[in-house]
Design a protein around this ligand. Structure first.
Ligand SMILES: [Fe+2]
Ligand SMILES: [Fe+2]
Length: 326
């Protein structure tokens, strides 16, 4: 059990999820029926190329990628490689139930291939300074990840619903920016975005079950996690600067987050939920106002002085210009 939860609330939420086990199983079966079975070596593999012609062509193309795209790949790759943190957190919250063990095993196997294929790609494309990715990954895992939102199974489901969509958007936008210069990177990231969409569909409907059975508690937990989605890579060295590059490049930031929050609230029908208590009603109203608040934040950031250049040790020429994407 996570350290910061109230034991009674934790147990009550687990009881609700236990009662929903048949419906959870249906969601897992739906996922299994729609999932795409693929392996990293099918996408990134140059083993039968003794002259390394394809590999050289890949490196030529990758060299021409805008630095902001490389930063997005690094941040999204490190986020994927944080899987040991996320596996632990999910297991701590819902791992006591057999049905969730089934889900967590499958989900972990699917997520693991995301980090693997991005890592294979980054190595073969010689995308970063040698060793830089290894160091950042080691330090990220060593730093730990204990998000403020931890402590409630409902909050976990709310968080993962939003986070999976955020990851999907981030991969899809990076893929779009990379497409003209580097079709293999586009293909890899588009494959990942498809997986994230299916993960989001599962978590969103699992949270919907909690919302239907226990609306007051579910609304309060959603309202505690949605306003400030602490991204899973926030303990990565240089995270803030990488996130700022992603925001300015249009990969992911408050603007994209506002859109996915609005979409999620509409999906769950939050505006129509009638909770019993006044606290939960306030939470519902605050949630409904959240997309507008996030848009205001996005506008404010857009009018702020923009980063012209940025510098990362993992980029081969360290100092890079933001304008390269324009
Ligand atoms: Fe992933
Ligand atoms: Fe995912």
């Amino acid at each position: 059990m996570p350290h910061c939860c109230r034991p009674t609330a934790f147990a009550a939420q687990l009881d609700v999820l236990a009662a929903a086990a048949p419906a959870i199983e249906t969601l897992i079966d739906r996922h299994v029926g729609s999932r795409r079975d693929w392996l990293p070596g099918e996408l990134v593999e140059f083993g039968d190329d003794p002259q390394l012609v394809e590999l050289r062509l890949l490196r030529d193309r990758a060299r021409g990628l805008a630095p902001a795209i490389k930063v997005s790949v690094m941040l999204n790759l490190l986020t994927e490689e944080g899987l040991p943190h996320f596996h632990r957190i999910i297991s701590e919250h819902v791992g006591s139930q057999a049905i969730w063990q089934r889900w967590t095993r499958l989900w972990t196997a699917e997520e693991d291939r995301h980090g693997n294929v991005m890592r294979d790609y980054a190595r073969d494309a010689a995308l970063f300074e040698p060793g830089a990715l290894d160091r950042l990954q080691f330090d990220f895992l060593d730093a730990g990840f204990d998000p403020e939102w931890a402590g409630s199974p409902y909050r976990l489901l709310a968080y993962t619903s939003l986070q999976e969509r955020a990851t999907q958007v981030s991969h899809a936008n990076t893929a779009r920016l990379a497409a003209a210069q580097e079709p293999l990177l586009q293909k890899v990231l588009a494959r990942l975005a498809g997986d994230e969409a299916r993960h989001c569909a599962f978590y969103r409907d699992a949270f919907g079950l909690a919302l239907a059975a226990d609306p007051d508690a579910a609304l309060l937990e959603l309202a505690s996690v949605a306003p400030k989605l602490s991204m899973p890579g926030s303990t990565i060295a240089g995270f803030q600067m990488m996130a700022e590059v992603e925001r300015q490049a249009g990969v992911f930031g408050p603007r994209q987050y506002a859109a996915l929050v609005a979409e999620s609230l509409a999906y769950w029908g939050i505006g129509r939920v009638e909770p019993h208590g006044s606290e939960a009603r306030c939470a519902r109203d605050a949630l409904m106002a959240l997309p507008g608040r996030l848009e205001v934040l996005a506008d404010r950031l857009d009018h702020r002085r923009h980063l012209k250049t940025f510098e990362f040790d993992f980029l081969r020429h360290r100092l890079a210009a933001m304008a390269a994407l324009a």
